[in-house]
Design a protein around this ligand. Structure first.
Ligand code: PLP
Length: 470
């Protein structure tokens, strides 16, 4: 029996990533494949109570209760203990979707109204005007029911024709997904390479534009804040490169994880099409997406030939003028949007929102450095105020760490995406977020590093608190 218990203890460390939340929220089941030595030792009738567990297991499972049974070729261990009931609030520290404040949830809970009524028209107009302030534009904003991916598509199909050349940066997972959308529509994508640790290279862009004397490049696509890497791009520098080359390409910017958390200046940077979603800095659930459009982009949309229907700007803008939509809008999310804009623009005010994000990002980086872990972004000027990607030590997988943190502390952190899967985890520090939420987040990470056996120095939380308390 003691031998069994020892095996359970040993395997628990290795099997953390295999933990699956029980459907009834009452238990966690670990599926131990029969190839594990342990399998042979389980007996379907045996139950161990108060077993002499050690270290992590004892703390994680004070009852020391394991119930085991044979199930096909696997052994199922049902673990009854800590976190089987999740008290308090889940920590949603992804870099989006972000925590939705109660007052936005309450706004969304208003009764749905007739979307052809005068009341609805007033709601639309308030939202559209408010979003102009958030985008820092006097131009047109359109709001679609959809996700950020829809807004990517809308940006492309409204302005371009099949075979058009567009220039993009290989700056991260989401930049790559946008490129994929462009290719799906038959656009000819020219890619400026990168290692994802730096933002869009304005010098490389300048060089590429200077080679394009016939102005074949119709659009430049840039992600302002690459959520997968925690790296921002200098949009003003991209604008300067276009201006210096006297190049007429449209400038398209993805602001999905920057809008409402990082200073984004649509008019000042003369961006032609911005892309955004509701679920990050805007503090809403997923479900709305946005384009903000310059006059130049509107002119391009008159001759663009890519097929489009749902994402048509012209029909949307026409209906929006009277406060309506060409199809059923996401009425309740618009209630939430009205509330969010009020919070960001009127109450906290955007400059303060941006400062708050920078402050939390700096505190996070101080914690990471004190832990002795690496920040994925290289250039301090490009460190993201909304998300930090943290490099795992060699031989340790971020998915294992996140699983331990979720199981023990009910906190979700961002996964490594694309080629960074397994290698980095991401802390989202954007949206509706304050000092103590950040402190809780960093405590969860520090305790998780310890529980998961990831090599690190203690003191990350202290370093962050020191910064927050000054
Ligand atoms: N762009 C960026 C920078 C993102 O972070 C995301 C999603 O996280 C997207 C685009 C895609 O948005 P969605 O998942 O809402 O379609």
């Amino acid at each position: 029996m003691i031998g069994d218990v020892v095996n359970i203890r040993v395997s628990f460390h290795h099997l953390c990533p295999l933990l699956e939340g029980g459907s009834d929220n009452q238990r966690v089941a670990i599926f131990l494949q029969s190839r594990h030595q342990l399998a042979a030792k389980f007996d379907r009738r045996s139950t161990v109570r108060g077993a002499p567990l050690h270290g992590t297991e004892r703390r994680g499972n004070p009852e020391g209760v394991f119930k085991r049974q044979r199930h096909e070729s696997s052994i199922i261990v049902n673990w009854f203990g800590r976190m089987s009931y999740k008290a308090g609030r889940h920590f949603l520290q992804l870099p989006g979707p972000t925590n939705v404040p109660d007052r936005i949830l309450h706004a969304i809970a208003n009764p749905t109204i007739d979307h052809r009524s005068a009341d609805f028209a007033a709601l639309t107009t308030t939202c559209l005007e408010g979003m102009k302030a958030v985008f820092q534009t006097k131009g047109d904003v359109v709001i679609f029911p959809g996700s950020g991916t829809g807004a990517w598509e809308a940006a492309l199909v409204n302005t371009l024709s099949a075979g058009d050349k567009v220039l993009a940066f290989d700056s991260g997972h989401f930049a790559g997904l946008w490129v994929k959308v462009a290719k799906n529509f038959g656009l000819n994508v020219d890619l400026i390479g990168g290692d994802w640790r730096c933002g869009a290279d304005a010098e490389a862009l300048a060089a590429r534009l200077s080679e394009d004397s016939s102005h074949e490049i119709r659009a430049v696509m840039v992600v302002h804040n690459e959520t997968s890497t925690g790296v921002t791009s200098d949009i003003a520098a991209v604008r300067r490169a276009l201006d210096a080359a006297g190049h007429p390409a449209l400038l398209m910017v993805d602001t999905v994880s920057s809008l409402g958390s990082i200073d984004y200046r649509h008019d000042e940077w003369r961006v032609d099409v911005a892309v955004a979603g509701s679920q990050k800095g805007l503090m809403l659930p997923p479900g709305l997406c946005f384009n903000t459009i310059s006059e130049k982009a509107i002119a391009a949309s008159r001759t663009a030939m890519l097929p489009r229907s749902y994402w048509r700007w012209d029909e949307m803008r026409e209906m929006n003028r009277k406060g309506f939509f060409p199809y059923t809008p996401a009425t309740n999310l618009l209630y939430g949007l009205r509330e969010a804009v009020k919070m960001l623009v009127e109450e906290e005010e955007l400059p303060n929102v941006f400062c708050r994000h920078q402050r939390h990002a700096e505190a996070t980086r101080r914690a990471v450095r004190a832990w002795g872990l690496g920040i994925f972004a290289i250039n301090p000027a490009e460190f993201s105020p909304s998300a930090t990607a943290i490099v795992m030590p060699e031989g340790f997988n971020e998915a294992d760490l996140r699983a331990v943190i979720l199981r023990h502390f009910d906190m979700s952190l961002g996964a490594g995406l694309g080629k960074l899967a397994g290698k980095v985890f991401r802390i989202g520090h954007l949206g509706s977020f304050n000092d103590l939420m950040l402190a809780g987040t960093l405590c969860g990470v520090e305790m998780g590093l310890k529980l998961a056996g990831v090599p690190h120095q203690p003191g990350g939380v202290d370093a962050a608190l020191e910064w927050l308390a000054t």
